[in-house]
Design a protein around this ligand. Structure first.
Ligand code: ZN
Length: 128
């Protein structure tokens, strides 16, 4: 099956409309790599007039930085071998996990490799 969304596809930041660019072809926008922000899936729960609706939402790096006080930091999925979703659920309640994961972040060579990979894609985008 061909990927519907092609590299370079753009989602605009929900706050400032800054462009967030897809780094590779995909059918799953919320599981792809993006330049300049976060793109993920949100779902309206029971209680919302949009109950059941799901959306793909983007927020650019600049707005993440400016609005960080309004975001709830729940961890870094690069810093754990555990199931990332489970980790996200547990982490807000376990400050010591956050502290130890920050320590691990510094030590984790995987993070270095992923950063190199991200830099490769950023360079690829700049060349275009
Ligand atoms: Zn923005």
């Amino acid at each position: 099956m061909n990927n519907f969304f092609k590299e370079g596809y753009i989602i605009k930041c929900i706050i400032c409309s800054e462009e967030i660019k897809l780094l590779s072809d995909t059918n799953l926008l919320h599981q792809a790599m993006w330049h300049n922000g976060i793109v993920d899936k949100i779902a309206a729960p029971f209680g919302s007039i949009f109950d059941g609706n799901m959306y793909i939402i983007g927020i650019c790096d600049k707005c993440i930085k400016e609005k960080e006080d309004k975001l709830i930091y729940v961890g870094d999925y690069l810093m754990t071998d555990k199931d990332p979703d489970l980790y996200k659920v547990l982490q807000p309640y376990k400050e010591e996990i956050i502290k130890s994961s920050i320590k691990r972040k510094i030590e984790d060579k995987k993070l270095f490799n992923k950063t190199k990979k991200k830099q490769h894609y950023l360079n690829k985008i700049k060349k275009k």
